[in-house]
Design a protein around this ligand. Structure first.
Ligand SMILES: [Zn+2]
Length: 430
């Protein structure tokens, strides 16, 4: 098998003044550390595969399609063979071109994205991919590792005896009663996949399920603790490209262990870095014997009672705060996409020897990645979420009757679980 690997990276730090988190929080006033798009092109199969991870909050709907199409064109492949994920930091861009177009009719709503910046990211991304492919290296071996992450992930949702969410723990808290609540259901493992040329590592992918915010809303652009840990590891040996993919973390955040101070950001970065080191400790590279890629598509209906007129009314209501105007614009984008029946959301799977990464949209609950591990007990599985952010939160069907923040904010009916699970089954079954 003659495989080649072309790692790439380009800067996606927004300009000062750019909206962060879609314009819901203070716009960019300073850059604490840069945002990057990091990925690789896998060459040597029928057509190249592109995997990329952006230090952004989200990329939704037509923006996600446009970006994948641009990278596909640059790599000489098709968009269904490109998967793009965001790490989901919040002091970072949150791009929905459709919602941006809707709100641009209202002078009192800040733009979601600077279109010049967006186009520049697409162009530089495409040029970077093309350049990287000219200096690709032989890919011969793969290795996997994992380590328990200490004191980062914790579940956000707590149920009362009636099975309803009655307490909710976000990314950070100083409330001792919330800190005292158990970790709840999480996936404690950080998983690492290393691609090598012989015994020389080229790319190291780290996967872990948690919201990645220590604190945000101060206008200071940052890749946050996950970005800090990733860069620190990269400094140890700059010849290796480190990529971080956020797992199914819709209901997972560091709330139990994070007081939201600058010190907590450093502490979280230290603990994640320690897990990365541990995960890479006992690698045993094996020759690549098999590789495959599969993609499937789905769409799911918006929540019952969601209609365009009502959403437009909310968007136009100047008495509402910005999140209550921009969010309906994103919801409208999903509604229109559903009504039009296109473009569908792509789910894909990359399988190399016993390693499999499954690429999912939105803010999937952690149960999706736990299900994948259970469904494929002999494989080393990464359930990667935060691809196309169009559907927003994706709870599992059982969580819908529990209510709570994520269920209230989810753009789709609970049938999204069945629809997406069907697409997942299509890509993981041989
Ligand atoms: Zn989130």
């Amino acid at each position: 098998m003659d495989l080649r690997l072309a790692p790439f990276r380009f800067d996606v730090t927004p300009p000062i003044g750019h909206s962060l988190c879609g314009g819901w929080i203070k716009p960019a006033v300073a850059v604490d550390d840069p945002l990057e798009a990091i990925g690789f092109v896998l060459i040597g199969m029928d057509a190249p595969i592109v995997v990329a991870s952006f230090d952004w909050c989200g990329i939704l709907n037509s923006a996600h399609v446009e970006l994948r199409s641009a990278l596909a064109k640059a790599a000489g492949t098709t968009p269904d063979r490109v998967t793009v994920h965001t790490v989901h930091q919040h002091n970072a861009p949150f791009v929905c071109l459709d919602a941006h177009a809707t709100i641009s009719r209202y002078s009192d709503i800040p733009p979601i994205v600077d279109l010049t910046f967006w186009k520049d990211c697409l162009e530089r991304g495409a040029a970077t991919v093309q350049r990287a492919m000219q200096t690709s290296e032989s890919l011969t071996h793969i290795s996997t590792g994992q380590a328990v992450v200490e004191r980062i992930a914790s579940n956000r949702r707590f149920l009362n005896p009636e099975g309803k969410v009655f307490r909710w723990r976000g990314s950070s808290t100083r409330d001792a009663s919330l800190q005292a609540l158990p970790e709840g259901l999480i996936d404690p493992l950080l998983r690492t996949v290393v691609f090598l040329n012989g015994d020389r590592p080229l790319v190291s992918i780290h996967h872990y399920a948690t919201h990645p915010m220590s604190y945000y809303g101060d206008g200071r652009v940052t890749a946050d603790f996950v970005g800090l840990a990733r860069r620190r590891r990269e400094k140890d040996d700059p010849s290796i490209t480190h990529l971080y993919l956020t797992g199914c973390a819709g209901n997972i955040a560091p709330g139990k262990y994070n007081e939201g101070t600058p010190q907590s950001r450093l502490d979280l970065a230290d603990r994640l870095y320690a897990a990365i080191i541990k995960s890479e400790e006992n690698l045993s590279p094996e020759p690549i014997k098999s590789i495959s890629w599969k993609a499937a598509e789905f769409l799911a209906p918006p929540g019952a009672g969601v209609d365009a007129d009502k959403l437009l009314q909310q968007i136009g209501d100047a008495h509402q705060s910005l999140p209550f105007r921009t969010r309906p614009a994103m919801q409208l984008a999903w509604l229109k996409r559903w009504e039009k029946g296109t473009p569908p959301v792509t789910v894909s799977s990359l399988s190399i020897n016993q390693m499999r990464s499954v690429h999912l949209p939105g803010e999937c609950f952690v149960e999706y990645q736990l299900r994948l591990a259970e469904r494929l007990p002999k494989e080393f599985v990464l359930g990667c979420a935060y691809g196309d952010g169009g559907p927003w939160y994706i709870p599992i069907a059982d969580c819908y009757p529990q209510g709570g923040y994520e269920v209230e904010q989810a753009f789709c009916e609970k049938i999204i679980d069945a629809k997406m699970s069907q697409a997942i089954e299509q890509v993981i079954s041989s």
